[in-house]
Every structure is written in C-alpha cells, then in structure tokens.
Write a protein that binds this ligand. Structure first.
Ligand SMILES: [Zn+2]
Ligand SMILES: [Zn+2]
Length: 333
C-alpha cells in the first residue's frame, strides 16, 4: 500500500487533498510526463505514486494548483501553496508571479518563531515585575512597558548570538584566527560579484575587523540567511512585506536583486531597510526552490525507470546519429 516513504519508511503526513491519494501534504506533479509524487515529510524524498488513475489525480492536483498561490519558482519548478497543502509543479517553464503575500507569509512565520521565545520570557518577566512592584509599591504600567522593551532586547541578543553554521569555520587571511561567526557579525559582510557563482560573501573578521574570507555557493547563502534574519530584526520597525516585494519587483526579480546588490559591494548594514528585507526573502526563496529542483531531478530519474519510459535506446540512437553527423561534417585528414 502507498502509505509510507519508500526510502525511510516514515508514514506520510496529510490526507492527499485534491490528489485523492488519501496521503500526502506536499505533493509534486508533472502534467507533461504524467508523474505524481508524494514528498516525504521526514527525508524529503519524492515517492512516485502508483500508476493507476494517476492522470486523473494529476488533473485534480493541477486544478487545485491553479487556484493556489505561487510561493517561489524557477524556470522548471514552482512551489504552490493551496489550503494546507504544498503543491510542487515541475517540468514546464513558468512565468514568475511576484506577489506580496509570499513575503507576508514568511514574515508571519518569523513572528510565530519570535513569539515562542518572547511569550515565555514576558510571562516570567511580568511575574518578577509584579513581585518587585508589590515589594516596592511602584507604578505597574511603567514596568510592563519596560519589560516589553527588555524582552525585545533579549530576543534580539538571542538571534544575534546564534552561531553561523558552516561546515568548516573560515580562517581570517588578515590575522590568521579562526572566525567564530555569530549572526550579528554578518551585518559587516559584503555581497560581492564572484567569477564562479552568481555571488560571493566577503566576511569581516570578528577579531581584527578586516575582511578576511570569502564564501561562495551554499555556504554564502547559509551565512546570508542567518545574518539578514538578525539584521532585519535589529532594524525593527514594521518592515512591510509590500515594500520588500515592490523592491524585488522593481529590479526585475530575486536573481536581479542579488546581482544588483553584489555589483554595489556595500556592507549588508548599509542596505536600505526594505532592500535588506528584500534580499533576505530573495535568498530564502531561491534556496528553497533550488532544493526542490534538485530533488525533482533525482526523483525524475527514478520515475523514468519506474514508468519504463526511459527510452535509453532512443537516447543512444540519437547520440550515435550525432556522432556520425559530426564525423561526416569534419572529414579526417
Ligand atoms: Zn522518507
Ligand atoms: Zn582577522
């Protein structure tokens, strides 16, 4: 039965929603190739669904996706939120639809995460405050207002001192120390153009405050995500999702925004607030949808074999024909 992950054995979550499969909360589909997968909640691997009625199921999922909202997309993969399901549409080029809501959703998630720390802290602090207040016989309102500020400050400290998780800590080229980066240190880093990938991050050393190491690829993204989360929180205010969305839109999408910021080589903390938030959103979304694309490519290889549509003979034939043509076009001698 199609109830649990074929890779790690974890039971699927969700009820399959529009797919009618009875299981799955994150469902991936390819209308062109007629593929339907349930994505494992634990290991994120894509489980190809049984072939019977698959086409009708795909049609139903695609219909739901039409009325869902595109959270992020690459040329090939779109992550669509519909009711409580994540629908992942793959396999055909899609127009990137930039919408304010997706930024709003991210901000709401962050707010929820914040409340997990702030609420218990506030409760504890108010308890202490009342005790102190009763003892001192002072005004209650002032104390509550101060507690609110103190708790915000504590929360900011917590986020700022989170270790930046890198596989290996970079070594400062200037003073030779191992850089022990915390999220708050990243605000001094600069996004710069890189010859081999679309951007690099030039890190400032927490010890000597000189620029001592450059990261690229996944590590650069990792550092940016943590650093920007802190920076955008520290700048406080109600950074509106619309402003960030408009900022991304204005420069022509997330990729353009990253490139534009890299071109100017400013330290992160010198970015305008809405731009800082826009960069954080852009980096986050690119990371998520790129990971989905990677998973899809892996899943598609398996699907080709499973569905028996690999057509390897055709591929071999094509390759032979290509080689033959090349030999003919370039006579030896
Ligand atoms: Zn699994
Ligand atoms: Zn240093």
């Amino acid at each position: 039965m199609f109830r649990s992950c074929a890779f790690c054995n974890t039971p699927f979550d969700g009820d399959g929603g529009p797919s009618g499969l009875g299981v799955g909360r994150r469902i991936a589909f390819d209308e062109w190739k007629g593929r339907l997968w349930v994505v494992c909640p634990r290991c994120s691997r894509w489980n190809l669904t049984p072939f019977d009625d698959r086409l009708e199921r795909i049609e139903a999922v695609a219909r739901a996706a039409q009325s869902g909202r595109v959270a992020a997309s690459t040329d090939q993969v779109a992550l669509i939120r519909w009711e409580r399901y994540d629908l992942v549409r793959v396999g055909k080029p899609l127009r990137i639809e930039l919408a304010t809501w997706r930024y709003g959703e991210r901000l709401r998630n962050r707010q929820r995460e914040r409340m997990k720390v702030v609420v218990p802290l506030t409760v504890a602090a108010i308890g202490l405050g009342i005790a102190a207040n009763v003892a001192a016989g002072g005004g209650f309102g002032v104390i509550v207002w101060n507690i609110h500020r103190a708790v915000d400050w504590v929360y900011l400290r917590i986020v700022g001192s989170r270790k930046v998780s890198l596989i290996e800590s970079p070594i400062c080229a200037h003073c030779g120390s191992i850089m022990q980066l915390r999220a708050r240190h990243v605000q001094h880093a600069r996004v710069v153009p890189d010859a081999h990938s679309d951007m690099g991050v030039l890190l400032s050393c927490p010890r000597c405050h000189q620029e001592g190491a450059q990261l690229t690829g996944i590590e650069a993204v990792q550092v940016l995500r943590q650093g920007l989360t802190y920076l955008n929180l520290a700048r406080g205010g109600r950074r509106r999702a619309e402003d960030a969305a408009r900022e991304v839109d204005r420069v022509g999408g997330p990729d353009h925004l990253v490139r534009e910021i890299a071109r100017r080589e400013l330290p992160l903390r010198a970015l305008r607030p809405e731009r800082g938030l826009a960069l954080e959103m852009a980096v986050d979304e690119r990371a998520e949808v790129q990971e989905l694309e990677r998973q899809w490519r892996e899943a598609e290889e398996i699907a080709e074999i499973a569905d028996g549509t690999l057509g390897s003979s055709t591929l071999v034939e094509e390759e032979l024909r290509r080689l033959k043509n090349r030999d003919r076009d370039q006579p030896s001698g």
